[in-house]
Design a protein around this ligand. Structure first.
Ligand code: HEC
Length: 171
């Protein structure tokens, strides 16, 4: 009888591990590690400029599913929607300023380390992060370390009523 108890006690951690929610094994479930194919040909949703430490300019693009949902104002976004965010350093253009005769032209410069970001909608696969998988790559296509990736959802989370998307469609 005693050995039976010991056996059960030994099995308990394994049994608990099986019951543990999938969130525990977050890496594969939350983060996207492949760059979605063809994103550079997607339609433009809008642009944004971040000042401060980021000091970049960004284009937000969507695949057909995402763009349709933006145009129809449909929330939440359907599964299959993918939103891309490309960013470039925000730099003055000496070339363009020549024709203006003063410093007024700012353009997209070299890519920063946070060059490419994606949000991929799959409400089952990414249920732990509001139905969106998050991804970040540098200009060489190298994915960001998982410590960086764990910052994405917490910052997007307050915008649950907008399905975690900040950008508005610019007509
Ligand atoms: C400190 C807050 C913050 C963090 C952390 C953050 N984001 Fe965002 N994200 C924003 C804001 C604000 C916008 C809209 C403005 C912009 O694009 O600059 C945005 C926009 C986006 C967009 C365009 C769609 C949308 O929601 O407007 C994508 C894609 C995106 N973020 C992905 C990511 C990924 C991937 C990570 C993690 C590597 C991440 N974000 C981390 C605040 C954040």
């Amino acid at each position: 009888m005693r050995s039976m108890g010991l056996l059960l006690a030994a099995m308990l951690p394994a049994a608990l591990a099986l019951l543990a929610p999938r969130v525990g094994r977050a890496d594969q479930e939350i983060y996207v590690t492949q760059i979605p194919v063809g994103y550079r040909d997607w339609k433009l949703i809008s642009v944004a400029h971040e000042a401060g430490d980021l000091n970049d300019i960004r284009a937000i693009l969507g695949n057909d599913v995402a763009v349709r949902a933006f145009r129809e104002g449909k929330l939440p976004f359907p599964d299959g929607a993918v939103i891309a965010r490309i960013s470039w350093a925000f730099v003055p253009s000496e070339q363009n300023n020549k024709v203006f005769g003063r410093e007024q032209s700012w353009v997209a410069g070299p890519p920063p380390p946070w060059y490419l970001q994606f949000m991929v909608k799959d409400s089952k696969k990414y249920a732990a992060t509001g139905g969106w998988g998050y991804a970040q790559f540098d200009k060489d296509g190298k994915p960001a370390p998982s410590a960086k990736m764990s910052t994405c959802y917490p910052c997007h989370a307050p915008f649950k009523s907008l399905d975690f998307i900040f950008t508005k469609y610019a007509p």
